[in-house]
Write a protein that binds this ligand. Structure first.
Ligand code: ADP
Length: 427
């Protein structure tokens, strides 16, 4: 009793209780012993009252539980750390049992979904999913459990308690025991409603703009045709009678009307990529290049050029637009040629989710500072005297590739040729 941390009174009460055999649990007690050198040692003491001829004695053993105490403390600290991170996280976090029910949710998840913690703990993810996004996670779960993938990542909608929809970026992984048996799921939810709204708005305003460009360029054609044809008529009938400057002015009008006609047609072609696209079908890129070779025959002959290609894959897309794409890129390669006869080569690399197609030329090349500008509508780097064109070709190419879910970019150095690369997703 002199060196045990538990006070005398409590110990004596225990002893009395044990002797009376009323309270068996009084036999076990945790505390610490003070060692001779003044340090303490954690112990668990087991005691028992034994009746002897000399009367009652208390027999006891004491076990050193220092290590157990340290392990318990470490576990408590790590639990506390985990709890703080869990609660502080800016994203919604949940632990989900194998029966799919939430077993632990943080404050942020409650905010995102509009339920209290107690309410969420009675629910499954499926019960609060938007009816149109029900099985997005389920279809991937078997692969996650089989270990074929490490995480499931989807963007889907949930229904908040008030019935409104919220877009979430959802990431889930499964926690396993030492033998690999699934124990529970860890899921992270990020509220991406703001981003989704912005995307929707962008899509809507793009569609409106496209429609506007289409209608405007379409309706501008008619009055322009009138200007052009009556100017021509004027020239034919009264050309002889015109004097001095008047003839020159007439030529400017005809030239201006001609250029405007070209611009309007180009704009129309540009807006048609989005509004008049056809359904996607399997397309053999080999055949697309062959067709481009035929349509560029005059330019190839005139320049002494060559359009070659490696074997190319079959992709899914709009055949006419892919043809326009290849024809524009190869056409530019012939147009912006250097001193040597143009050599244009089309090749392809297969990546995990996409094909990357390259159109390489040996032409004049492009200064990197213009890499972005050349893809914009009506942006060109040269005056029309040397290289004719309106600057719509690459804008159309970019729009076609965008519509196919890919990316178009260029690699080039002035004087060393250009390589235009576009990707097309496999699916
Ligand atoms: P356009 O051919 O009517 O000028 P594009 O949109 O097709 O319009 O091209 C925009 C600009 O990009 C061109 O004016 C040219 O300066 C540059 N360009 C395009 N393709 C090439 C190429 N293969 N080599 C060098 N410059 C190119």
């Amino acid at each position: 009793m002199d060196i045990f941390s538990v006070d005398r009174e409590t110990l004596e009460r225990d002893y009395d209780a044990m002797i009376a055999d009323k309270d068996a649990s009084a036999g076990l007690v945790e505390g610490s012993y003070r060692r001779k050198d003044g340090t303490f040692i954690a112990v668990e003491a087991r005691r028992r009252a034994v009746h002897t001829e000399a009367g009652w004695i208390i027999a006891g053993t004491a076990t050193d539980i220092t290590l157990r105490k340290l392990a318990e403390e470490a576990l408590r600290a790590s639990e506390e750390r985990f709890r703080r991170i869990f609660e502080l996280a800016g994203a919604g976090v949940a632990l989900i049992g194998l029966d799919r029910r939430f077993t632990r949710v943080n404050r942020r998840l409650c905010e995102i979904l509009g339920y209290s913690e107690a309410e969420l703990l009675t629910l499954t993810g499926r019960q609060i999913s938007h009816p149109d996004d029900l099985d997005m996670i389920n279809v991937q779960r078997p692969r996650l459990y089989a270990g074929e993938i490490d995480v499931v990542r989807v963007e889907k909608r949930y229904l908040r308690k008030d019935g409104s929809a919220v877009w979430a970026s959802f990431t889930m992984t499964v926690e396993r025991d030492a033998a690999g048996k699934p124990l529970y799921e860890i899921a992270i939810y990020e509220d991406i409603s703001g981003r989704k709204d912005a995307e929707e708005e962008l899509k809507r305003s793009n569609a409106e703009l496209e429609q506007f460009a289409y209608v405007a360029s379409h309706d501008l054609q008619e009055p322009l045709r009138m200007v052009a044809s009556y100017t021509q008529l004027l020239g034919k009938r009264y050309g002889e009678k015109l004097e001095g400057d008047a003839k020159e002015f007439m030529a400017y009008i005809v030239d201006g009307a001609g250029r405007m006609k070209q611009l309007i047609e180009d704009l129309l072609a540009y807006s048609r990529v989005g509004t008049r696209g056809r359904e996607f079908k399997p397309v053999k890129l080999d055949a697309v290049v062959a067709r481009a070779r035929i349509s560029l025959r005059a330019a190839l002959e005139e320049s002494g050029g060559e359009l070659t290609s490696d074997p190319l894959p079959e992709v899914t897309g709009d055949e006419l637009q892919l043809f326009q794409l290849v024809q524009n890129l190869a056409g530019n390669a012939l147009k912006f040629r250097g001193e040597a006869p143009p050599r244009v080569h089309v090749s392809s690399i297969e990546k995990e989710h996409e094909y990357e197609i390259s159109v390489q030329d040996n032409g004049i090349g492009i200064d990197p500072q213009y890499f972005e500008r050349i893809f914009m509508v009506f942006q060109r780097l040269h005056d029309k005297g040397r290289y004719p064109g309106t600057g719509i070709g690459l804008a159309i190419c970019k729009k076609v590739v965008d519509r196919h879910g890919g990316h178009l970019r260029v690699e080039s150095k002035p004087g060393e040729g250009s390589c235009f690369k576009f990707t097309l997703p496999k699916k």
